[in-house]
Design a protein around this ligand. Structure first.
Ligand SMILES: [Zn+2]
Length: 197
């Protein structure tokens, strides 16, 4: 979870620090009122690889085997790929003068629900197929995480725009809660019987 959300974990910090810039423009795309003017340090493709390597370093210090490194980098970079599909053409390749890319899925609310929604459901099913919950606590943590993130995502187009960029950035820090929440949800064993914790 830290891997796939890494770029969105650091983004609000850079916005609050005034290093990256976003504007609230209702209608910027149909799905979100956010115009991402500049976010090369959190959201460029090159920096996605860098954040992936940072995560590998962190994971290694927590005892995650080196064989997982490639997977961790892939998870972090996958965020760039999916944002590239959803965002307006605002995704930089590297910090500095860079082309800005994006396929603009968010210009269509129905297509966003179909594409992002089916990826979300497929991800949940894939997880459930390979997982056995450790108990009622982890089951509750998992389904509450799914419910809250689903409501936050699906209600987006009908929610009032954030009152200010600062309020938006503070609210976006909620992403940091998702990591320990996911840890709580993941307590348990894989179906092959190994126990990760
Ligand atoms: Zn992002």
């Amino acid at each position: 979870m830290a891997g796939v959300t890494a770029l969105d974990l650091v983004w609000p910090l850079f916005v609050l620090a005034g290093i990256e810039h976003v504007r609230i423009v209702p209608g910027a795309t149909a799905f979100t009122p956010l115009a991402f003017d500049s976010y090369p340090w959190s959201h460029s493709l090159v920096m996605a690889f860098v954040w992936g390597l940072v995560l590998v370093g962190l994971a290694r210090s927590f005892g995650v085997p080196g064989s997982a490194s490639l997977l961790l980098v892939g998870l972090v970079v996958s965020h760039w790929v999916l944002d590239f599909i959803s965002h307006a053409p605002d995704m930089p390749l590297w910090p500095g003068p860079s082309p800005r890319l994006g396929l603009g899925l968010w210009n269509s609310i129905p297509m966003t629900f179909v594409v992002e929604g089916s990826l979300w459901v497929a991800g949940i099913l894939a997880y459930l197929l390979g997982h056995r919950f450790g108990g009622r606590g982890s089951r509750t943590a998992f389904w509450s995480l799914v419910a809250v993130t689903t409501v936050m995502w699906a209600s987006g187009p009908w929610s009032p725009p954030p009152p200010s960029v600062r309020a938006l950035a503070w609210f976006a820090l909620i992403g940091w809660i998702i990591v320990p929440w996911a840890v709580a949800a993941d307590r348990g064993g894989r179906i092959d019987g190994s126990r990760p914790d």
